[in-house]
Design a protein around this ligand. Sequence first.
Ligand SMILES: Cc1cc2nc3c(=O)[nH]c(=O)nc-3n(C[C@H](O)[C@H](O)[C@H](O)COP(=O)(O)OP(=O)(O)OC[C@H]3O[C@@H](n4cnc5c(N)ncnc54)[C@H](O)[C@@H]3O)c2cc1C
Length: 492
Amino acid sequence: MTSEYTVPSNWDTEAEIVIVGFGGAGAAASITASDLGAKVIILEKAPQGRHGGNTKVAAQGYLNPDSIEGAVAYLTAMCGPYEVPEDMVQVWAEEVCQNNDWISSIGGDPQEHQFQVGIEYPELPGSESTHKFHHGDILGYSETWKFFDKAVQERPIEILYETPGKELIQNDITKEIIGVKAIRDGKPYYVKATKGVILTCGGFENNQEMIRNYLPGIPYCYTNGSPYNEGDGITMAVTVGAELWHMNNFAGPSFALKVDEYETTFSMQALHFSKETPGGMIVIGSNGGRFFDEKYKHNHGKVKKNGVWAPMPTPCPLYMIFDHTLLTSGPLYDKEPRSAWNPMVDQYDWSDSNEAELAKGWIKKADTIEDLADQINHDPAVLQDTINKWNYSCELGEDIEYERKLMLNPLVTAPFYAVALSPTMLNTQGGPRRNTNAQIIRPDGSPIPRLYSAGELGSIYSYLYQGTGNIGECFAFGRIAARNAVADSPWI
Ligand SMILES: Cc1cc2nc3c(=O)[nH]c(=O)nc-3n(C[C@H](O)[C@H](O)[C@H](O)COP(=O)(O)OP(=O)(O)OC[C@H]3O[C@@H](n4cnc5c(N)ncnc54)[C@H](O)[C@@H]3O)c2cc1C
């Protein structure tokens, strides 16, 4: 049946459908496969309680457009020059339009976001078809995820936590994927999949090498979602012949504090587009100058320049420079626990006075601009000049450099402070390319037999992105992958 090289003589366990990764896409796939009567095993890298991936810590919205035609038009326009095949867009649209019906059919409670805000590209055709939903009365706080987590746990689905998938086991002759080599208790653990394997293990948000290789002009970037998403699915799929797509597209960057003690980033209140904080604040890049409107409401990291949407510039290293008025106006960190990994999972308790973080050295303090510049390795004259320009803009009531409209407060009250900022992101979009059946395909377009994917691991989004699209796609392609994998006859 198979190669002597790749197939273990003893399998540790088996199922008809093996799902790698227990976030939104893994939940949708496993629920669908189980409800179709298949025996399902989920392999999850994280310990129980830290599973759920980006889905657990997301803002919890998912997409359910009100018309297939509108959804097709909007996604096609968002893809712009980075075209996605029409049949893929069509299947995506047909399936995302069924998200609410499906969620209701398994006992969920789809609620439309109270205000229909956040259509990111209203000028594009079909944008008006966008409708965003969440489960239950509350938006955020993992509520949609909790419903899916429970729905999986209530079904006869075996979940193996702390068991990361490492390699796909491929029949050397037929090239079918017949199982997964995972690691459990530090040892290889062989999981047979008699019908199919569905990869739903997220993106490469926490893999600096892939970030440098694939994201445009980003020297480093840190996630504010799940630290367990390290691009494992990309490595596994490429090894068995998959083509990659959309590797340079991601929901970012924005800027946040990253410290050694934590794997994910801390967002700064003062940088939030809708928050007005007292005190002076600017962000400087490597040349000591400002480089953008610090309060700009970007579209998932994309800004429009010269008529084209592109990722925000990242002239690293970056610093947020601010004065004593801002420091004493409340915690710098946005502790609002509605979404993001740190507030939802690690839950670092930032001090209200910011004194604890000053003591840790996360915030640098100096009595003069000159001393502050020394501490962050900048030319004092350049930093002073940048601050003078900013203070002049504030005096005029008009940002002469970047047209910033909010927090036009001068940096005047000593002491002065600096926080190192890093590019940060919600999620990557790239990964193995899939077809309309959610099969992972090779560069020649042929499917790798019995290998499927769903979710942000090789998502459909090639360029511009409409918020709630990722979780909407997780549910849609999770269902498609499961239906097709279950319909396969077993190889054994
Ligand atoms: C703060 C934040 C807010 C967001 N808000 C929204 C929103 O409101 N709406 C929206 O649509 N999108 C949102 N997104 C994006 C969205 O959350 C993700 O794109 C989506 O949830 C991805 O789902 P997934 O199932 O593909 O991956 P994930 O939910 O990330 O799940 C992947 C799982 O795979 C596991 N895993 C990783 N490697 C392995 C391995 N080798 N073996 C086994 N398991 C593995 C991980 O531990 C994880 O549990 C947000 C993201 C963030 C970070």
